[in-house]
Design a protein around this ligand. Structure first.
Ligand code: ATP
Ligand code: MG
Length: 218
């Protein structure tokens, strides 16, 4: 098992994608040495309210964001699937395709990891993948007691530890802190302020063209 054969999955709503996501994705891919790195837009999230832009728009924005970066791909399976998306089903499917030997890494920001215990069958995520938790601005480093007690025996200190098994471990990863959020970008668009330089220009153009995030949206 090596980093190069491992699959990295960076999940999120990406409503819209921004430089915080893209910089973290690039650093995680590089630091972990992953040969296969995928952005995985959630279709219909189970653990939060409906997204603001449709799944098709969120997918289109992601594709624009990485169009000139072929080493980062977009996995659209959740968007294609109808109904609510559960990460555990997605991971089971990807494990089925990858076979038993390749490592799969589910990569999340710290804020997303804080809500992990409310995800459907969350303990089973570790049957299919390792979890990599990236630093996120303004998000406390400690986990809930429930999550901490579950992961105590799964924590690993170095990346090399991850390549000893295909799934089941947790690693914290430092990435550059960019205090950018989709929520703040949506609010700025809704208030006719410019979120330029927080996300790629072509995504901003896409948002304007399709009039995403209008005033009524919060
Ligand atoms: P929203 O404000 O709508 O929740 P968001 O900016 O948090 O949007 P998400 O799509 O919810 O973006 O996040 C997808 C993943 O990216 C999550 O794991 C999240 O922790 C991570 N992430 C989001 N923004 C950043 C950032 N600025 N730096 C590092 N990781 C980030
Ligand atoms: Mg978020």
């Amino acid at each position: 098992m090596t980093a190069h054969t491992a699959i990295g999955l960076f999940g999120g709503t990406f409503d819209p994608v921004h430089f915080g996501h893209l910089r973290a994705a690039s650093e995680a891919k590089e630091k972990l040495g992953l040969g296969d790195f995928r952005l995985l837009p959630v279709g219909r999230p189970a653990h939060r309210n409906q997204t603001h832009a449709s799944a098709e728009h969120r997918l289109a924005m992601l594709r624009l964001a990485v169009a000139e970066h072929p080493d980062i791909t977009v996995d659209n399976r959740e968007v294609r699937r109808s109904g609510v998306s559960y990460m555990v089903d997605t991971l089971a499917e990807i494990r089925g395709e990858a076979g038993t030997d390749r490592a799969i890494l589910l990569i999340l920001g710290q804020d997303a990891a804080h809500g992990l215990c409310s995800w459907y069958r969350w303990q089973e995520l570790f049957d299919y993948a390792h979890l990599v938790v990236m630093t996120r601005p303004d998000s406390p480093a400690s986990f809930s007691t429930q999550l901490e007690s579950f992961v105590t025996t799964r924590r690993c200190n170095t990346m090399a530890d991850l390549w000893r098994s295909p799934a089941g471990l947790l690693l914290n990863l430092e990435v550059t802190q960019l205090a950018i959020s989709s929520t703040a970008i949506r609010q700025q668009v809704a208030q006719n302020r410019s979120p330029r330089f927080l996300l790629p220009d072509r995504i901003l153009g896409y948002i304007g063209f399709h009039q995403l995030y209008p005033k009524a949206d919060k």
